[in-house]
Design a protein around this ligand. Structure first.
Ligand code: PA5
Length: 361
């Protein structure tokens, strides 16, 4: 059946004046174009050295690419990679650490504070940014800068930031094998986009169907520990930022050991929530068993559940099939919520209030 808003391109474009739809559609292109920024960066002052660990400092849309890289690369990484979303660095960050400072705007204070600490400890720094103070610091201190094109909401630059990370890690030979194929991934995503974009009517569009199922509810998204839990986190972020819709994320099996018990009280609460299970062929076989029993438990508890299956011929395609679906679902949910998917007034307010109280940590 035709949906009066989601299937009316003019009405949907009206709630998206900055064209978030165009950015979501270009996820595949971003990934295939990401290598160029790494090749074009100025590596002349880079000195080869042995690293003991890798740290990515960043927040929100500029941090998630680090989580994805860590979880996707897994055993292929020669040394540990951690993602730090904080002002302060852990003690193990030293002159033996490769630090990625990832901030789309280049002005995020947590990231600037952490990278300044890294500088003082003598870490090697690679900045991933479109400008701001981070770009200035990078120039002043001779850090390698991977440039991101300007004018996007940071979360919409994920293809660029994730692709940049993989390419830098490959270039520095910190990854075994380097088997990813971002060109093939791009072709796969561009094809999949043909089924998800606003021109495809609701009855044939999985992202519109999902948004309609979630509308008016609080999604709680669960993925298997490892990379699918990162995808769940991305979905949570996109629902909150794009659709201004409260959402939560968790991981299996951990949630089977505590949170599943809490789906009951307070009385009346579960009517407001919908569970979304992200399933992939890469999940441990026991995760599939757990999803099946979890569905049974939720059916007894009368909790609404949606299960979404990753598609694609390899792990990277399956990861990004769900990233893409979640991005589009958050976009349609924004339309149903009548909010501009690009605007993030509350975040802007917070950043502006903090800027009024300068901090030099
Ligand atoms: O997507 C967003 O807009 C946010 O999550 C930002 O990424 C976050 O606030 C950090 O800003 P920046 O990416 O500019 O460092």
């Amino acid at each position: 059946m035709t949906h009066p808003l989601l299937d009316n391109p003019k009405r949907i474009a009206k709630v998206d004046p900055a064209n978030m739809a165009g950015l979501i559609s270009r996820l595949g292109d971003q990934l295939s174009q990401s290598a160029a920024a790494v090749t074009e960066a100025d590596w002349t002052h880079w000195s080869e050295r042995e690293f003991k660990n890798i740290v990515l400092v960043g927040m929100g849309g500029s941090a998630i690419g680090g989580d994805l890289a860590r979880a996707y690369l897994g055993d292929a990484l020669r040394i540990p990679l951690s993602v730090i979303r904080n002002y302060r660095l852990p003690g193990y960050v030293s002159s033996d650490t490769l630090v990625f400072a990832s901030s789309y705007s280049g002005n995020t204070e947590e990231t600037l504070s952490a990278v300044e600490q890294a500088r003082k400890r003598g870490s090697a720094v690679v900045a991933i940014t479109s400008g701001g103070r981070l770009a200035e610091q990078a120039t002043a201190h001779g850090w390698v800068t991977i440039g991101l094109p300007g004018g996007m909401p940071p979360r919409a630059a994920l293809g660029r930031s994730f692709g940049a990370l993989l390419n830098v890690l490959g270039r520095l030979r910190l990854v075994d094998g380097g088997v990813w194929d971002l060109q093939a991934l791009s072709v796969f995503l561009n094809k999949a986009d043909e089924q998800l974009n606003p021109d495809i009517p609701s009855e044939h569009n999985p992202a519109k169907k999902l948004a309609l199922a979630l509308h008016g509810m609080v999604p709680v998204v669960y993925g298997a520990a490892g990379v699918m839990a990162v995808v769940a986190r991305r979905w949570k972020g996109q629902f909150c930022e794009n659709a201004e819709n409260l959402a939560f994320a968790g991981e299996v099996p951990e949630f089977n050991h505590n949170q599943i018990v809490g789906w009951g009280l307070p009385a009346g609460s579960k009517e407001h929530f919908v569970v979304v299970l992200l399933a992939s062929a890469d999940d441990h076989p026991r995760i599939a068993e757990r999803f099946s029993i979890t569905r049974e438990v939720f059916s007894q508890k009368r909790v609404k559940v949606e299960t979404v299956q990753a598609t694609g011929d390899n792990k990277l395609q399956r990861i990004f099939s769900l990233i893409q679906l979640g991005d589009w679902a958050s976009y349609y949910l924004a339309a149903l919520n009548d909010v501009d998917p690009t605007a993030i007034a509350v975040l802007d307010y917070l950043k502006q209030k903090l800027a009024e109280k300068p901090y030099s940590g």
